[in-house]
Design a protein around this ligand. Structure first.
Ligand code: GAL
Length: 670
């Protein structure tokens, strides 16, 4: 539990560094991240390398007792490079090359770019791999940011054809699994296979370009693999010279809405994961629950503590700006991160830059570099973190509930959405939130992960699974686990084809139910009632026929009134629920109550609206965080005599929270 900053020494006169380092030390800032966009300083002309400037920076921070996360600078290939090697450019979905002038304009499959990147990474890693100031490494920056995971150039086409050959071996197999007989798309050889650029149907089907769904899903997987290979190459090169841990800064699932990279797979190549947390900026304002969900995702990708590598610390935007963080919010956001398992929170950025695209992107300090209100808040946070980390170390909340997140299902659902307003990530959030609102920690898990530590596993719209993943879910239920599926689960094969089995396809036996038909809720909604009281579905209704399962809810409207919408089946020692429809949020809350009671999860929702309660107990420590997201003070009733670790006082029957205030409470001794 500690704080750091993203720092750009190259943006400031050297004379200023000392003032900055002293101000950082005063705020207990322990780590700086540097160098992620500095290629043209390392190599201003091809093969003309300069390292003295970075030597000086690293020595400077070592002398000041601040450690460094050193980045590989591949996010911004310099101008000489794109001029001399135009083949490094990425092409957009229309086949147009990207241009120089912003960043991330390179193709992950460009041999030239891979070679040039590894050449420089090798030099940096060799020179600084054991430098005492270097504590960790960051590979690239926000891989996949701004739709850059999927490139549509000829280099990618060639690589994709090789990838397909490796996967399917014969073109006949590919034709069969893609169903290329549909619309006369049969290929005679792998060289003929296209990449799914914006095509003839682009204007009518701009979601998916109307391309073959099997081909699209494979292209998404291939693109994700290409980015991961690129990151893994840098990580491997660093590992030859350095034993310091390696990360990359991932993006959230909400405001930046996913990158098309399978983060579970990327995480396997990293020593720890980190992410960039912007909450109120030019492009939107995130709700507390979505931020908490993102922290939970990060905690889950590697099942260990994570970092926030860029935490908003000022008013942010490029052309326009979001609001200035109200007093208390930087502290609140920091506590929200550590409560959910963050080890280190690094603020973006130390000081607003007076030039370049991000001249409006404020950090802790404004352009004038003077200590300000936000800096004073950071000083407070830094000293609190210093004390708390001695008492608590890093927290890893132990969740008893997991939501299955499948990147295959997410991408498949982005290709064919089934019904307007159905978004995989939002749907997952609707299962996370009711438990979050009850103060229960929820992890995310890949369908093949070990689920044995969870009392309840929710698998919303799990469209497709491999045989091994199916077995994993069956084993979990058989051994006594409680599992819940929803509509649009188990209906596709891994090639993205609809199964010819009755819905819910591969999960029919587990769920003990089949759907005699389904009704997409196109401009309509349907009422139901059940163990969740009454509910309304706005997305989808599977009309269920129990095959051994017990009915827990029925539709009360339309021609399928009286037909089941929610069932539970006994499977081995476990229970498998099937929810055939979506439910309004109040009904989801009640369904969560019901499920908690069935699996014996003791919920203690915070009675004050807008106060987030995170139980960060991890088996060793028993700690409860109260986070007031309200602009007014809150008085929160407590269920025991807690010790407030920030004040050292024992709390009475209530805890008082300032507007945007926090409390870190140690549970009473049992
Ligand atoms: C992030 C990025 C940073 C900076 C920041 C503000 O997405 O990693 O380099 O650009 O946003 O725009």
């Amino acid at each position: 539990m500690r704080i750091g900053v993203d720092y750009y020494p190259e943006h400031w006169e050297k004379e200023r560094w000392k003032t900055d380092a002293e101000m950082m030390a005063k705020a207990n800032i322990k780590v700086v991240r540097i160098g992620e966009f500095a290629w043209s300083l390392y190599e201003p002309k091809e093969n003309d390398f300069h390292f003295e400037w970075m030597d000086e920076i690293l020595d400077f921070f070592r002398e000041h007792g601040i450690s460094v996360v050193l980045c590989t600078p591949s996010a911004t290939p310099p101008k000489w490079m794109v001029d001399r090697h135009p083949d490094i450019y990425q092409d957009d979905i229309h086949g147009q090359p990207k241009i120089f002038g912003t960043r991330k304009h390179y193709c992950f499959n460009s041999e030239t770019y891979r070679r040039l990147t590894q050449g420089l990474v090798e030099k940096i890693a060799k020179r600084y791999g054991s430098h005492p100031a270097v504590e960790a490494w960051q590979v690239d920056n926000e891989l996949g940011w701004a739709n850059t995971t999927r490139c549509y150039c000829d280099k990618c086409k060639k690589e994709f054809q090789n990838w397909l050959k490796e996967k399917y071996k014969t073109i006949e197999t590919l034709n069969r699994v893609y169903g290329t007989v549909f619309w006369s798309q049969i290929y005679n050889s792998f060289d003929e296979v296209i990449i799914p650029r914006a095509g003839a149907c682009y204007d009518t089907c701009h979601d998916t370009q109307g391309q073959n769904p099997g081909l699209l899903l494979d292209y998404y997987r291939f693109s994700s693999d290409s980015v991961i290979r690129f990151a893994a190459e840098s990580a491997e090169t660093i590992r030859k010279y350095s034993d310091r841990p390696i990360t990359s800064n991932l993006l959230d699932a909400a405001i930046n809405s996913g990158t098309g990279i399978d983060y579970f797979k990327l995480a396997q190549h990293l020593d720890f994961v980190s992410w960039d947390n912007y909450i109120e900026f030019q492009w939107g304002i995130a709700e507390a629950a979505t931020v908490s969900r993102d922290h939970a995702l990060l905690r889950s990708y590697k099942k260990q503590p994570f970092w926030v590598m860029e935490q908003q610390s000022g008013p942010c935007g490029w052309s326009k700006m979001g609001p200035a963080p109200t007093p208390g919010k930087l502290r609140l956001w920091t506590y929200q991160a550590v409560a959910n398992g963050a080890d280190t929170v690094v603020y973006f950025r130390w000081r607003a830059c007076s030039f370049g695209t991000e001249e409006n992107w404020h950090g802790i300090l404004d352009h004038d570099g003077k200590p300000n209100r936000r800096y004073r808040e950071i000083v407070q946070i830094g000293s609190e973190m210093e004390r708390l980390s001695k008492m608590l170390g890093v927290l890893s909340p132990k969740a008893k509930i997991a939501v299955i997140k499948s990147f295959d299902s997410e991408w498949s659902q982005s290709i064919h959405r089934y019904v307007e307003n159905f978004h995989y990530d939002e749907f997952l959030l609707s299962f996370y939130k009711p438990f979050y609102d009850k103060g229960l920690s929820v992890d995310f898990a890949a369908p093949g992960d070990d689920l044995s530590s969870y009392s309840l596993v929710l698998a919303p719209a799990l469209l497709m699974v491999t045989e091994a993943e199916q077995k994993n879910l069956e084993d979990y239920a058989r051994a006594g686990g409680t599992l819940l599926f929803t509509f649009r689960s188990g209906i596709k094969d891994v090639c993205n084809n609809m199964l010819q089995q009755t819905v819910p396809g591969v999960f029919s036996e587990l769920a003990g139910v089949s759907a005699s038909e389904y009704d997409p809720q196109f401009e309509k909604e349907t009422a139901s009632s059940g163990v969740y009281g009454s509910g309304v579905s706005k997305l989808w209704c599977d009309v269920l026929e129990p095959q051994g399962a017990e009915t827990l809810g029925v539709y009360t409207q339309d021609y399928y009134a009286g037909k089941p919408c929610l069932t539970v089946n006994s499977f081995g020692k476990g229970s498998v629920y099937y929810l055939g429809c979506d439910l309004s949020s109040d009904a989801m809350e009640r369904l969560a109550d019901y499920l908690c009671a069935r699996v014996g999860l003791d919920q203690r929702p915070c009675p004050v609206e807008g106060v987030e309660q995170v139980d960060a107990s991890d088996g060793k420590q028993r700690v409860l965080f109260l986070l007031n997201h309200n602009s007014s003070a809150a008085v929160v009733p407590l269920f025991g005599r807690f010790e407030n670790l920030l004040t050292g006082q024992s709390e009475g029957s209530t805890a008082m929270l300032e507007p945007y205030g926090v409390a870190v409470l140690k549970y009473p001794e049992a």
